[in-house]
Design a protein around this ligand. Structure first.
Ligand SMILES: O=P(O)(O)O[C@@H]1C[C@H](O)[C@@H](CO)O1
Length: 303
């Protein structure tokens, strides 16, 4: 891992003194970096100039770390306007490095957003899910960001994750939603499944994750949550549902279809839905305002 002190010294050297000690860290998911528009006194540092940082190669993610003041009460924040995904080829330590940098800069609470697919028929596209737990198959089978030697004697070898998603921060989301007069249906609570990507789920994988208890699925966030907890920060995660994961109730039989054709019987073909990153970005754009107001509302309540 790169040298955290060198990274934070470099970052501070780029900032005026009032922005050098951010209180809250924010990670913007796919298409959700519009938050930058409401940050006062914003200063952006390109990732490529920051020691230890990778670059974000995914459409809808900007490779910049922003510092500024957010909300009516001018809370100093640090914002990742784009993130690193494991599927981009970054080592998992690089994926979570900015989170460790946030901790080193003094951040105590992290708000993480993402775009995700819904596995739950009761959670439609456009809903913002307040994540209360996760299901991380990669963590269980060997892509855990904490694998390897302890970073310091202050880091724990066996990190518990039963309280990873702060209940007090989750409460603030519903308070902020009330202040913004959002409809009840705008928010849901649920479990986020982390998959490595970059393939979207096959129908069987979607069904598997749903049966295992997940409500939404995405390709990010959990490594950041684990690193943030490892650094002792409080975490809140908001997932914007951008699509439904295709889970047909059952497979149709090609054999029966062919037999029906041969027998001259009418054949009704199922319609297929295909998810795309363009669709993900389009919904992100449509709902960016709500996400932005909600994050700002939580920051105001927190400070
Ligand atoms: O960075 P997030 O998790 O918001 O991005 C999601 C997951 C993939 O990177 C991409 C798939 O469309 O969007």
């Amino acid at each position: 891992m790169a040298d955290l002190t060198a990274t934070t010294d470099f970052i501070r050297s780029q900032l005026p003194s009032e922005l050098q000690h951010p209180r809250i860290g924010i990670v913007c998911g796919s298409g959700l970096s519009g938050l930058a528009a409401v940050i006062h006194n914003i200063q952006k540092i390109p990732y490529e100039s920051i020691p230890g940082f990778g670059t974000s190669t995914v459409q809808g993610h900007h490779s910049e770390l922003a510092f500024g003041l957010l909300g009516k009460n001018n809370v100093p924040v640090v914002v990742m306007l784009g993130r690193f995904h494991f599927y981009e080829g970054h080592p998992i330590s690089t994926v979570v490095y900015p989170i460790r940098v946030m901790a080193k800069l003094g951040v105590k609470e992290v708000i993480i957003t993402n775009a995700a697919g819904s596995l739950n028929p009761d959670i439609p596209v456009g809903t913002i899910v307040v994540v209360h737990d996760h299901l991380a198959l990669p963590n269980l089978v060997g892509t855990n960001p904490l694998l390897g030697p302890l970073l310091s004697p202050n880091h724990r070898r066996f990190l518990p994750l039963s309280d990873a998603y702060s209940s007090s921060l989750r409460r603030l989301v519903f308070r902020a939603a009330h202040q913004l007069s959002l409809e009840k249906s705008a928010l849901a609570e649920g479990t986020y499944a982390w998959v490595c990507g970059p393939t979207y789920e096959s129908p069987a994988e979607g069904r598997f994750l749903r049966h295992a208890g997940a409500d939404v699925v995405g390709m990010s966030t959990v490594p950041e949550v684990v690193a943030a907890r490892d650094e002792g920060m409080e975490v809140m995660v908001l997932s914007l549902v951008t699509n439904f994961v295709v889970i047909p109730p059952s497979y149709w039989s090609i054999r029966e279809e062919v037999e029906a054709e041969l027998a001259g019987k009418p054949v009704v073909l199922p319609t297929s839905q295909i998810v795309s990153h363009e669709e993900v970005l389009a919904i992100g754009k449509e709902k960016a305002e709500v996400m932005k107001s909600l994050v700002q509302g939580v920051v105001e309540l927190l400070a």
